[in-house]
Design a protein around this ligand. Structure first.
Ligand code: SF4
Length: 427
């Protein structure tokens, strides 16, 4: 049987798509293998920041070095934004677009470099979801029509496109049959799910209700969503349904209206704060994560202070801080990269320090109280069985225990760790 390995970079959507591609290969007779012994390595790339592009290039080179005999297939946003650059990397056999992910087998069958491997497959095998994970990403949408001036995604992923509702529900059922207990709805622009089908935000609520009705679903989590899509219907559903995780990732990017305008973000700070506060008051236990960019070309000292002020005002649970770097092909790339590297570094440091303080305070709220942990991993560390999983508000918890995978268990938080909370099993 032909063997395949995947290397996936970037967002949850990429991870969901890698899972789907792996699944289609499994059904064609492929088996998963480490890169070193695979016949084909698929590198699913990202190019959202300069660092992501660099990491994608390194992953491609690593795959070629680890297994020069394997067919190396590069797909994803970096393969779309810079196909010539990717093709020029020695050892790359095929460069595919994001659209090819949906017809992955057909595309590989058409390519002379990979056709032979596909023919080696033993044909349809026993359908088997792969890989079986407690938490499964579910792709519900791709593409974006916002054209934020710093972002290349509308170019690499194209316009808004929603997955068929029946197909999503049927994939969710299959994932649950394979052992998934938490479904993570992923998309580039989750809040605009179904907009391209002439519908509105209510369809996301309907989809959530249908997914909740699948027996075996213990939790549903939403990936990143813009503040304006925190509609009363969506917040109301979260408030009334404890299986939808109290964790929202609502990208802010800047706390300054002029910077938001220059970024072409589809909201201003008052609107963001109002939407988030409404959600926070309806969901008092809500964990709120956000993304922030520092050093955008028009970010003055005063504008950065505004960002610090907003972050201090809103009770975030986690900050993801990025230093701006121009992406060729974006609107902002024509602006002079005016903020000196030292200033970017200092602003990033200040925001990260603030974020670390906020995070530690947030984690401390999980001590000496029972936490509902969906167990996702179990391993032996120094002869001790250590289990770990996430709370609904997205805190990773470690504790001693075994045989609990896939269930929700009560753990008492005892100590804050850099990456989560250490606890003890209550049962
Ligand atoms: S909303 Fe803006 S930042 Fe997010 S993917 Fe679309 S263009 Fe990029």
């Amino acid at each position: 049987m032909p063997k395949v390995a995947f290397a996936t970079l970037g967002c949850r959507l990429n991870q969901a798509e890698s899972d789907q591609m792996a699944e289609s290969l499994t059904q064609r007779g492929f088996v998963a293998a480490p890169t070193e012994s695979a016949d084909m390595v698929v590198v699913n790339t990202c190019t959202v920041t300069r660092e992501a592009t660099k990491a994608s290039r390194s992953a491609i080179r690593r795959a070629v070095r680890a297994n020069p005999a394997a067919k190396v297939v590069v797909i994803g946003c970096y393969a779309v934004s810079d196909p010539a650059e990717v093709k020029a990397i020695a050892g790359v056999d095929a460069v595919l677009s994001n659209d090819d992910k949906e017809s992955f087998l057909e595309t590989l069958s058409e390519r002379p470099q990979t056709r032979g491997l596909l023919q080696l497959g033993i044909g349809p095998s026993t359908p088997q979801m792969q890989p079986a994970r407690v938490r499964a990403n579910l792709k519900v949408q791709t593409g974006c029509d916002e054209w934020c001036s710093f972002c290349i995604i509308p170019t690499t992923r194209g316009p808004l496109r929603s997955m068929d509702e029946e197909a999503i529900v049927s994939e969710a059922r299959a994932r649950v049959r394979a052992g998934a207990r938490e479904l993570v709805l992923t998309g580039v622009h989750l809040g605009k799910y179904s907009y391209d089908l002439g519908s509105d935000e209510r369809r996301l609520v309907t989809l959530l209700e249908r997914l909740l009705a699948i027996p075996g679903v213990l939790r549903i989590r939403l990936s990143s969503i813009l503040s304006r899509h925190l509609t009363p219907e969506l917040v109301g559903l979260l408030a009334g349904e404890s299986r939808i995780c109290r964790h929202l990732h609502v990208p802010l990017q800047s706390g300054d209206d002029e910077v938001l305008a220059a970024m072409n973000r589809p909201y201003r700070i008052d609107e963001y704060v109002e939407s988030v506060r409404r959600a926070q008051s309806a969901l008092p236990d809500l964990a709120l994560a956000t993304d922030l960019i520092v050093g955008f070309p028009t970010e003055t000292d005063a504008a950065f202070d505004n960002t610090m002020k907003v972050v201090k005002e809103l009770s975030f649970s986690k900050l993801h801080v990025f230093r701006y770097s121009p992406r060729p092909g974006t609107a902002a790339a024509v602006l002079a990269d005016a903020i000196p590297p030292d200033t970017k570094k200092a602003r990033s440091k200040a925001l990260i320090e603030l974020g670390n303080m906020i995070r530690t305070q947030w984690l401390a709220r999980h001590l000496e109280r029972p936490l509902q942990v969906l167990v996702e991993d179990e391993r032996i560390v120094d002869d001790v069985h250590v289990s770990s999983g996430q709370t609904a508000d997205y805190v990773r918890v470690w504790f001693e225990g075994s045989g609990l995978l896939g269930g929700i268990h009560e753990v008492v938080g005892e100590r804050v760790r850099a990456d989560g909370v250490q606890g003890r099993l209550k049962e």
